[in-house]
Ligand binder design. Structure first.
Ligand code: HXC
Length: 510
């Protein structure tokens, strides 16, 4: 028996070595951790339970039968993050470049099937040279099996992708279909076709980092949701994100202990909005002052910064925040902001995370660039996302909300549950100057008359009371008591039940 146990231990040890010391050293020299080191940092200590450690590929072409490393280039299994179950796969670049064979993909599919069945998130750590070249179409088919599971798991369990090395060609489409993508600066990249192909086809000369590095995907393409300095930071932040999320679409997000008074008064909020309506202020200040212990996990910080998305907790409960940012493009909505916020709202709704919307929006960004780019369709995404969401929705209007953007930003008319306004708020079809120029065009030569008209318009509409008289604003609240009001609102909505009419699925404008 002793020999048998020793044999098992020795087999395990061989599997744990992955591609051996030389390749592990090369991995470390690139500033990257190994597949197992990453899992160790991601999961609670000692919680990892591995599957399929001894799986090997079955390829016999190109002399492959001589080289059949245990595990076949991916480490899979489950473990816990702060005591809550997650499934994980971590591609091992030291074994044939982490390339995806039929058996490698089957291991990933096995844990994805279990995650869907048992209701726990899937975290995929990508570090791979793509389809295993020696296996040809079998490898492509295997990718297809993974893609199909990404699709079936979407909206059922949270899926998070960490890109920690190469991820190229069709392989990008697995992470692309997951809920969040995190990248590591300077050591990861994603692209459909690499720099060489780009040069051949379009004559553009571009580096891998420029084409598909973390900065490109968090700032330009919005493919990725955050970029981190190194593997360690990315893994730690993934643990932080998981803490905000439910394990699946039938459970609520976890309630964390909190040490922050829900009735905390913030006198500084009374002066957050400047007197001059054209002067910006930082909406993030409001978010962190509302949040339990000021903790805010931002999603897509570096893309479409005119809208802010991310998670906070109120009374220990996860809340998704969407907020216009007056410091960038005056907080107006455009194509990018609409897409960014719509996807976030839909994630929250799919996983029963209530939504807090903070509004200060002058409208949609004008211009041919926006119209030719289809702002009509993209803006409709956000409108649609808010309108279909059945989770608790609380809205606070801090300053202005004009035109179509008023309806879009979680208004009463899109089944907003609580719509609060600060006394500084104004709800109107447009700003006073624009309105007067249209209504009193014939008087435009008379500056005094026009000034009086503007004043008149402001007196009538530059306040929240016209909307409040109609019940479109439920209550005008003191800025300093916003945390208390919002916490109470969400507390009253914990039993909310609302369902949309039966349908196979909707047809959101894509
Ligand atoms: C088999 C592969 C491999 C692959 C790398 N390796 N990619 N083996 N299939 N796709 C092996 C190498 O032979 C090498 O083995 C080891 O992994 C490390 O690779 P290196 O080239 O030495 O590493 P590096 O210099 O860091 O370059 C990494 C790389 C490069 C940029 C990823 O390996 C590369 O270009 N690989 C091919 C990428 C590719 O074209 N893949 C197919 C994409 S199409 P040894 O034994 O020396 O350690 C695709 C389609 C998916 O993926 C379709 C889904 C529908």
């Amino acid at each position: 028996m002793k020999d048998i146990l020793a044999q098992l231990e020795s087999r395990r040890e061989t599997a744990r070595q992955g591609g051996g010391k030389r390749r592990t050293d090369a991995q470390h020299a690139k500033g990257k951790l190994t597949a197992r080191e990453r899992i160790d940092l991601l999961l609670d200590e000692g919680s990892f339970e591995e599957f399929d450690m001894f799986v090997t590929h079955r390829c016999t072409d190109f002399g492959m039968e001589a080289d059949r490393p245990a595990g076949d280039g991916v480490v899979t299994g489950w473990g816990t993050v702060n005591g809550r179950m997650v499934y994980v796969f971590s591609q091992d670049f030291t074994v044939m470049g982490g390339s995806v064979s039929e058996t490698h993909a089957a291991k990933i599919c096995k844990i994805m099937d279990m995650a869907i069945q048992n209701g726990a998130p899937v975290i995929g750590i990508n570090d791979s040279g793509g389809a295993r070249i020696q296996e040809g179409v079998a490898s492509l088919a295997a990718y297809g099996e993974v893609f199909q599971r990404n699709i079936l798991a979407s909206g059922v369990v949270p899926q998070i992708s960490l890109i920690m090395g190469p991820c190229a060609g069709g392989a990008v489409y697995s992470p692309a279909m997951t809920d969040f993508i995190f990248m590591v600066k300077d050591s990861s990249y994603m692209f459909v076709t690499g720099p060489d192909v780009v040069k051949t086809v379009t004559n553009e000369v571009v580096t891998a980092e420029e084409l598909g590095g973390a900065s490109t995907h968090t700032r330009k393409s919005s493919v990725a949701d955050a970029a981190f300095e190194n593997d360690v930071e990315a893994l730690a932040e993934t643990r932080r994100l998981i803490d905000f999320l439910p394990l699946n679409n039938r459970e609520k997000a976890p309630v964390r202990p909190f040490f922050d008074d829900p009735a905390r008064v913030e006198p500084s909020l009374d002066t957050l909005v400047p007197e001059n309506p054209n002067q910006p202020y930082d909406m993030k200040e409001l978010i962190t002052k509302l949040a339990d212990e000021g903790d805010f996990f931002e999603i897509q910080r570096d893309f479409a910064a005119n809208i802010i998305t991310g998670f906070i907790r109120l009374e220990g409960q996860s809340v998704g925040v969407v907020a216009n940012q007056p410091t960038v493009l005056a907080g107006c909505l455009d194509i990018d902001a609409s897409r960014k916020a719509a996807r976030f709202v839909r994630f929250c709704d799919a996983f029963e995370i209530p939504i807090l919307t903070l509004v200060d929006v002058p409208g949609f960004l004008p211009g041919t660039g926006q119209e030719y780019g289809g702002v009509i369709k993209h803006g409709a995404k956000l409108l649609f996302a808010y309108g279909e969401a059945t989770v608790p929705k609380v809205t606070v209007l801090t300053r202005k909300t004009y035109g179509g953007a008023y309806v879009v930003m979680s208004s009463k008319h899109l089944r907003g549950d609580f719509n609060y306004a600060w006394p500084t708020a104004e709800v109107a079809v447009m700003g006073a100057k624009g309105a007067v120029e249209i209504l009193y065009r014939s008087e435009l030569g008379d500056k005094e008359k026009i000034a009086a008209r503007v004043k008149d318009y402001e007196d009538r509409f530059a306040n929240p009371f016209v909307a409040a008289e109609k019940g479109f604003i439920d209550e005008v609240i003191m800025p300093h008591s916003t945390r208390r009001r919002v916490c109470r609102a969400f507390a009253s909505l914990r039993t909310k039940k609302l369902a949309n009419p039966w349908k196979k699925h909707d047809n959101i404008p894509l």
